[in-house]
Design a protein around this ligand. Sequence first.
Ligand SMILES: Nc1ncnc2c1ncn2[C@@H]1O[C@H](COP(=O)(O)OP(=O)(O)OP(=O)(O)O)[C@@H](O)[C@H]1O
Ligand SMILES: Nc1ncnc2c1ncn2[C@@H]1O[C@H](COP(=O)(O)OP(=O)(O)OP(=O)(O)O)[C@@H](O)[C@H]1O
Ligand SMILES: [Mg+2]
Ligand SMILES: [Mg+2]
Lengths: 252, 252
Amino acid sequence: MGKIICVANQKGGVGKTTSCINLGASLAACGKKILIVDIDPQANATTGLGKKGIKSMYEVLLEGVKLNAIILETELPYLFIAPSKTDLAGGAVELGYVPNREKVLSKTLSQVKNDFSYVFIDCPPSLGLLTLNGLVSADSVLIPIQCEFYAMEGVGKLIDTIQRVKSTLNPGLEIEGILLTMWSRTKLAREVEEEIRNYFKEKVYKTVIPRNIRLAEAPGFGKPIMLYDILSKGAQAYLTLAQEILKREPQR
Amino acid sequence: MGKIICVANQKGGVGKTTSCINLGASLAACGKKILIVDIDPQANATTGLGKKGIKSMYEVLLEGVKLNAIILETELPYLFIAPSKTDLAGGAVELGYVPNREKVLSKTLSQVKNDFSYVFIDCPPSLGLLTLNGLVSADSVLIPIQCEFYAMEGVGKLIDTIQRVKSTLNPGLEIEGILLTMWSRTKLAREVEEEIRNYFKEKVYKTVIPRNIRLAEAPGFGKPIMLYDILSKGAQAYLTLAQEILKREPQR
Ligand SMILES: Nc1ncnc2c1ncn2[C@@H]1O[C@H](COP(=O)(O)OP(=O)(O)OP(=O)(O)O)[C@@H](O)[C@H]1O
Ligand SMILES: Nc1ncnc2c1ncn2[C@@H]1O[C@H](COP(=O)(O)OP(=O)(O)OP(=O)(O)O)[C@@H](O)[C@H]1O
Ligand SMILES: [Mg+2]
Ligand SMILES: [Mg+2]
């Protein structure tokens, strides 16, 4: 029974894509079958895994192509990706004219959900129709938050949106967890971490992802961090996070 | 005769807001009258200057309120801001139903343009209707690029969009410059810098903004970097950038 986790935060550059790829890869390394669904028109999760889709989520959402038909393997067994394409930028507008426009992704995901242990949806940095489709399709939302001032600002709006989706389109939607990313030994990072842990309490993962240049280098080689540099602090952090998530729900 | 510079890049977290605030402040310190127009629903430029608009760009774009009526002073003489609000997130959808929806911002900016030497438009991380309004209103586009792998990926799409706006809605639109941000002494940053300078040649500013924690701390105090820590590498870099820009066009 696959669990769909939407990775979202409208603040840009907080580690959504990096977390989809590397948490996904870490869970795949533990033998879980993982699908990453890239619905960001920037297609960073797609290129970060060294892939380029001929057919992509654009055709799935707007031309009725089956999701199964576009899923690609990656270098890591058990890790798969449904690629995006830059055409999806125009698609976000076109999607607005489709009936039941918020439910398009959830209809197609239900076809493959049970073929995987986890499905991670990588969202663009906005609360528009693509991210809305992600929230409507998901069992839960993982929220990466960068340990910086602006990162705190937008979280309230994201939580409001999640609550609205929960009360209208997806009553089962929960917060999977809050992930602190790009942590460094600075006063700013410690202050932001303290504020977030006070506010979200046990929803915040114990595992914190440190700022680690190897995480920024790995996508240039099309590899998840564990295939690029398994000994790096970045790789170790995502492996630890995977363990923490598996401990929270042993049955999958 | 004010020049309108749109600061845009759909990649998130590359330093759009930080550049609007600190380049704007540096030019204001040189005696130029500067307006920052915040059209990002995250309203980071607004909070980063310690402001909170009662009326905001939402009311200007969607309720016909005059731009002059919402402009706020900041702690720095000559630096002003037209604030945003999170309501603008819904506004991006509402704007879609307004006639001439791409030209709404340019109509209202033409009323104040000549009261300032420079107007900087801070855009959200997307190529949607709000950023389109920014591109249609502008004389030129300043593109911050983070020295990392994903930052390179999306620039082509942004350039395509700029060319399309230039050939349809705003024939005068030019590229003001490419600004390398968050530079650090790593192999990755050097490689990305080399690639960008080879591709964009003299369009890339000589001044490079280093990664500097003081730049990330300053918005927490609602101050541009020069009022928070004028001796920091971040403050010095934006002051140098301001000089480089003024040298390129002495007459304003
Ligand atoms: N822990 C980390 N340490 C160092 N660099 C990181 C880390 N996590 C992510 N990065 C780098 O920071 C940049 C932003 O990360 P990423 O692209 O994953 O964020 P995002 O939230 O998906 O961005 P967007 O909002 O544009 O989708 C990327 O260049 C990435 O390689
Ligand atoms: N040169 C720098 N050194 C260190 N930190 C920086 C630098 N420039 C920006 N930052 C920090 O990095 C984060 C991203 O910067 P900023 O918010 O300006 O980017 P943006 O492109 O406006 O993001 P968005 O796409 O969400 O609008 C912020 O927390 C900011 O304080
Ligand atoms: Mg991303
Ligand atoms: Mg910004």
